[in-house]
Design a protein around this ligand. Structure first.
Ligand SMILES: CO[C@H]1[C@H](O)[C@@H](O)[C@H](O)O[C@@H]1C(=O)O
Length: 745
């Protein structure tokens, strides 16, 4: 009836015009209701389709409170900025869009410098040269910038200066951030230079569109559509990355298909590289070491074979012909069944150097992963160090060894990998995992800022005190020319990009720490919340504190006190501490790691155990070795302790484990309350989505607690302390449950 009244029966088709941002309606002959219809559709349908969903990430540019907006509007009225390059155009457009959104106005372009102006440019711009010298700018390097308030005829104006256009784009994003957060512009005096030269996302995206350990849907790279069809997401991806300083992306999985280097795929890669270039983002590819044989048809892929070397050289030439600023290769070799130089009796250095020689004429680099372990009977945690330290100094200068933050595999908590600092004559870069393979994937809320920070700030002591992982890898300790940091991306084609609204914060914090490894994860959380959700001080403080506790909560309900790898061996999601598959690799089984028995629990890595402590520099080695000085967070990583072992707080080990698991569950319950308090402060859609996920997280935290405590209790034979909640599950039932990740996500 109603539809008939407004004339819906007359509509032939409705198309959304992306460029105009409105709907176009085609009618059948009678068009008497046309104007009303257009109005109704243009208002209602966009609201329905484009309700808040997280797709804009942190680039929302919401209107600021009137008073604040007025204040900024008074300070900023004119802009002097020649937007004469693709990067400058992007920077100019972004600033305009942001100011329109936040202040409801745009700046007037002006060539003449006058009060209330922002001047943006490099030393090529006369307006900038008036205020700054090459000497002052040289501290910013190629990508940094200076953003400061300068005196002008008794007034203050803003200056954003850089050596290169890309620095201007980064500076514009910084200025937008400052305004979004309501900071005073008149006191601004920022001199920025990124901590690492290469700040790279690693996509574990397969060519068939699936993503290894990806929990946000399929890959955003549409290989079957490229090079002809270009998704609008590619550009938004570049923009989001540039906003946090990421300047490189490895497009494909480290478990690499040789096909990525085929002519067909390189043409697709070129299209992406062209889109990313003005955003300062270089493309890199993960390569399969057997490509010469598998793709090129050679009889071998031996790195010392001249034909193989020649094949790689020609391949590099072909790539650089298409993509002149191609970044280089990422290689997973002789790891988890992948081919590598050891297949031919050669070393990692032989393999990496061969590729490095092919890339060197084009200034490309090789990122060679140190994620290696073999079921050889020795402690898995020791293997990368054992395999790589003898090769120190043997790698070419354009090779960098990519080392996971911990010695095992992206666990909720691990001590830092002992390789950091142990190879003083080799470039080394940290690899973090942004996708939360072992921390609840797209369901659990866990902000990884504190995890990344814990590793970067950890002191390796290799050159005495303050030899942190950050300084070991960013060139400040060993003066490396090639510096880099990588994060395994959590991006997919889900509407909100990352599978969980709060997973966006992990992409964000990775980028911000890669840009400046001295920032604190708490500061970054605040920035992210203010841009993504709200500037309401109560919201920021409550949600910020929830985020800051969230990773520790996961540690507590999954793997407290240094326990690790208790997850199901294949899905890595839920608890399976009992898992023992006959004939499977022992180092994939949880029992390999917890070593629970009637005497106690934990992995003895002291000098009388596997002696993994021996790989750390003094005084760490002794601190870890001695149970009395080993930090409680790493206790069961380094020690096998009796259930009766008494901790400094007076609890025995069993009781303390029970308290820790319970406290993890209680934290999640408190997160639920915190979040419920925020109702009405943000849009309904994202509010409900997070609320529902927290409810699942609470259930699963209880699942984790019960599974681990009930199972370990079969060894400890001790009761759960009186004060604590009782398990709600039965161990037998839990063991029988067949967990299927596919049904879960
Ligand atoms: C790409 O493979 C991954 C594998 O899926 C993952 O379970 C493990 O964490 O690490 C591997 C790696 O880092 O190479």
């Amino acid at each position: 009836m109603w539809a008939q009244k407004v004339g819906f029966q007359n509509i032939k088709k409705v198309i959304y015009n992306y460029k105009k941002g409105s709907f176009e309606v085609t009618y059948r002959p009678e068009q008497n209701m046309r104007p009303i219809l257009v109005l109704v559709l243009s208002i209602l349908i966009p609201i329905f389709i484009f309700a808040e969903d997280g797709s804009e990430l942190w680039l929302r540019y919401k209107a600021l409170p009137v008073a604040l907006s007025k204040e900024y509007s008074q300070q900023l009225q004119f802009i002097t900025f020649e937007t004469n390059s693709p990067t400058r155009k992007i920077a100019g457009a972004e600033l305009e869009k942001a100011l329109k959104g936040m202040l409801g106005r745009v700046l007037s372009k002006s060539r003449k410098i006058q009060e209330k102006t922002i001047i943006i440019g490099t030393l090529e711009d006369k307006s900038v040269r008036q205020f700054i010298s090459a000497d002052t700018l040289c501290v910013c390097g190629d990508e940094g910038f200076i953003l400061k308030s300068v005196d002008f005829k008794g007034d203050k104006i803003l200056l954003l200066a850089a050596n290169q256009d890309i620095g201007l784009l980064y500076g514009v994003f910084e200025l937008i951030r400052q305004i979004q957060q309501g900071h005073q512009l008149s006191n601004l005096n920022l001199k920025e230079k990124p901590s690492y030269n290469r700040r790279i996302l690693n996509h574990w995206d397969n060519l068939d569109g699936t993503v290894e350990r990806g929990y946000a849907g399929h890959s955003i790279w549409k290989w079957d559509e490229l090079p002809e069809k270009i998704s609008p997401k590619y550009e938004f991806y570049a923009q989001a990355n540039a906003s946090i300083g990421i300047n490189g992306t490895v497009l494909n999985n480290v478990n690499a298909s040789p096909k990525i280097l085929s002519d067909e795929y390189l043409r697709k890669v070129k299209v992406l590289a062209d889109i990313f270039r003005p955003y300062g983002i270089r493309v890199y590819l993960a390569v399969n070491f057997s490509s010469p044989a598998k793709l090129g048809g050679l009889p071998t892929s031996d790195p010392l074979d001249e034909k193989v070397q020649d094949w790689w050289k020609k391949k590099a030439d072909e790539i650089y012909n298409l993509i002149p600023d191609f970044g280089g290769f990422l290689v997973k070799a002789n790891s988890e069944g992948l081919p590598g130089p050891q297949d031919f009796g050669r070393t990692h250095a032989d393999g990496a150097n061969m590729l490095a020689d092919a890339l060197a004429p084009h200034n490309g680099i090789v990122m060679w992963r140190a994620f290696v372990y073999h079921p050889d009977g020795d402690d898995r945690a020791k293997q990368a160090y054992k395999e790589f330290t003898p090769l120190d100094g043997k790698f070419r200068s354009n090779v960098i060894i990519q080392v996971k933050n911990g010695p095992i595999d992206f666990q909720p908590r691990e001590p830092f990998s002992p390789l950091f600092g142990a190879m003083k004559n080799t470039n080394l870069m940290p690899e973090f995992q942004i996708t939360k393979e072992y921390l609840g994937m797209n369901t659990h809320l866990a902000y990884l800022g504190p995890l990344f920070e814990e590793c970067l700030d950890a002191d390796t002591y290799v050159l005495g005190k303050n030899s942190t992982v950050a300084r070991v890898t960013d060139g400040s300790l060993f003066r490396n020319k090639v510096t880099a940091i990588a994060g395994v991306a959590n991006i997919g084609e889900d509407v909100n990009w990352c599978g969980h609204q709060f997973n966006q914060a992990n992409w964000y914090v990775f980028g911000r720490l890669a840009w400046n490894n001295k920032l604190s994860s708490g500061e970054i959380a605040t920035e992210w919340i203010e841009q993504t959700f709200s500037r309401d001080p109560e919201f920021v403080s409550e949600v910020g504190s929830m985020m800051m506790q969230s990773r520790e909560a996961v540690v507590n309900y999954m793997t407290p006190m240094g326990l690790h790898h208790l997850m199901g061996w294949d899905h890595h999601y839920g608890p399976e501490p009992w898992c023992a598959i006959p004939n499977a690799r022992p180092d994939w089984m949880p029992s390999y790691y917890h070593k629970a028995d009637s005497a106690g629990i934990g992995f003895d890595r002291t000098s009388t155990g596997s002696n993994a402590v021996g790989q750390y520099a003094e005084p760490l080695r002794s601190l870890y070795e001695n149970v009395a000085t080993c930090a409680e967070i790493y206790l069961l990583w380094f020690h096998h302790l009796s259930w009766n072992y008494i901790l400094p707080n007076g609890n025995n080990l069993w009781d303390e484990l029970c308290y820790k698991y319970s406290s993890g569950v209680n934290s999640v319950k408190s997160f639920q309350k915190t979040w419920d308090n925020q109702e009405g402060k943000i849009d309904e859609e994202r509010f409900r989505e997070v609320q529902q996920k927290l409810a699942i997280q609470e259930k699963e935290a209880v699942w984790w607690r019960d599974a681990c405590l009930l199972y370990f209790q079969t060894f400890s034979n001790k009761p759960i302390p009186e004060k604590l909640d009782r398990p709600i599950h039965q161990l037998d039932e839990l063991k029988k449950q067949k967990f299927n990740l596919k049904n879960h996500n």
